[in-house]
Design a protein around this ligand. Structure first.
Ligand SMILES: Cc1cc2nc3c(=O)[nH]c(=O)nc-3n(C[C@H](O)[C@H](O)[C@H](O)COP(=O)(O)O)c2cc1C
Length: 157
């Protein structure tokens, strides 16, 4: 398993779809916060999901999640998946995206790279333990973020 990338721009500039659930029922949302690193001797990916997201339910219900990265011209689709909820639109059958199995979860045929992650850890970010200006900016009126850390068990490229 080998990954060559600029991890600082991978999430922030490229964005990704965070997918959870399986081919029978899944949901995806755009993420631009996240990390890749090492924990407990394992390669890991970390994502931050507000408890209000529909995707949050799928993250809690399943053992796996995936992160899909797309070519630049998918930015518009990623914009939709980052502004509309799967509660309101049919993300499972969205035009231009073809879901397919990835490990025990899903990805899309159009993705150039998918990280298949097995959940290892979840914890809610505690706003009393972060700088006040960050807590005020991000959490004064919005739901908290749950941090999920997953072991990267497969990289599909
Ligand atoms: C570029 C971009 C990045 C985003 N990153 C995150 C993120 O890291 N965590 C998060 O909770 N929401 C993030 N969002 C917001 C969700 O993608 C958005 O609320 C989405 O509609 C949730 O969909 P769902 O309700 O189907 O889960 C981002 C949105 C955009 C446009």
């Amino acid at each position: 398993m080998e990954l060559k990338t600029d991890i600082f721009s991978k999430f922030d500039k490229e964005w990704a779809l965070l997918n959870a659930g399986n081919m029978d029922k899944f949901n995806s949302m755009t993420v631009s916060w996240g990390g890749l690193g090492t924990l407990w001797g394992k390669p890991v990916a970390t994502v931050y999901v507000r408890t209000s997201r529909y995707t949050h339910e799928f993250m809690d219900n399943g053992e796996y999640f995936t992160l899909s990265f797309f070519p630049e011209d998918y930015k518009k689709v990623l914009g939709v998946f980052g502004s509309k909820s799967g509660r309101d639109i049919d993300k499972m059958n969205y035009e231009g995206l073809s879901a397919c199995p990835a490990g025990e979860s899903i990805t899309y045929k159009e993705a150039v790279m998918t990280l298949v992650c097995k959940k290892l850890y979840k914890q809610q970010l505690d706003s009393s333990k972060m700088p006040k200006e960050i807590a005020d900016t991000y959490y004064s009126s919005d739901a908290p973020h749950d941090m999920y850390i997953g072991e990267v068990v497969e990289i599909i490229q």
